[in-house]
Design a protein around this ligand. Sequence first.
Ligand SMILES: [Zn+2]
Length: 360
Amino acid sequence: MIDQERLVRDFCDLVRIDSPSGQEEAVAQHLTRRLEALGLRVQRDAHGNVIASEEGANPLLLSAHMDTVEPGRGVKPQIKGDRITSDGATILGGDCKAGVAAIMEGLESIAQEGLARRPAQVVFTRGEEIGLVGASNLDFSLLRGKEAVVFDGNGPVNTITGASPTYVRFDVNVKGRAAHAGVEPEKGLSAIRIAAEIVTKLPQGRLDAESTFNVGAISGGSVRNAVPAQALIQGEFRSRNTETLDLLRMQVTQTLEEARRRYRDATIQEEFEVMFRMYTLDPKEPIVQAVTRSMRELRLNPNIQPSGGGTDGNVLRLHGIQSVVVGMSTNLMHTVDEYVVIPDLVNTARFCQQLLTGGK
Ligand SMILES: [Zn+2]
């Protein structure tokens, strides 16, 4: 039986351990101890991801990430009715510790009852929030499973991520020429002005049902009274349509071409990087069927929704692991208003148990 009291206590203990991206060691050690107490063999790969394994063929990978966004230090969880919140000064860290807690409770409950179950491999990654860095550096030679359930979606567990976009980041570096702004401005070439012109010609916001574009940061110049010699534009675009992705990339390069023609003395350099690739869930995939069957057995209605974000599931799929991303019972994530609904958290743990024991 899922023990609600233990689950809530363990979740609150987890969020009290600071683990902003890059500083996951304390929570990694806490989880290592708990996984070892459950009889799993824990390995840390070279990047510091936690991989817990056991004997048995065809293990199911259960995955969540250990890091949280800022402000995420000194989290003080509060229980109000059937919700868990922070004290308002920080995020709660339900993303992704609600997922972590649900996986641990599922395993603990099964062990306590002595139920037969499918072998599992538990993968807790680092640095998900800063661009799926942990998963991208994961030592896949340690993973034996070919199917994964990633607990990192918004809302109740039965919210399944049905499609996820490709995400492309781009940097544009503009170099002009510095000059004294009051004495001889005509000798300068303002990199900020060129960058600003470029930004106004780029798309912005939601472009269609499956595509978005954003310039998220600009920086440049050094002092008020000098014509700025340098500026940097940092942007990203996402789409679930390959043609749109090509078009958007072309739109950026054409805009830069125009700027180069207009400002022949300037140097404009761009860099694109695909951070993760799109997928659309195939309802016929055995792992998708196992997930939806387990939900129905618990009278939860699978609710398959496209997402504009990426998760470790995108990276696992890139490595040939069939992955399904399910809700982890947190809401308003990445804000100080984030909250976990306790009955949803219990359902997430019940789902984890059902997934491993169903059909046994
Ligand atoms: Zn997350």
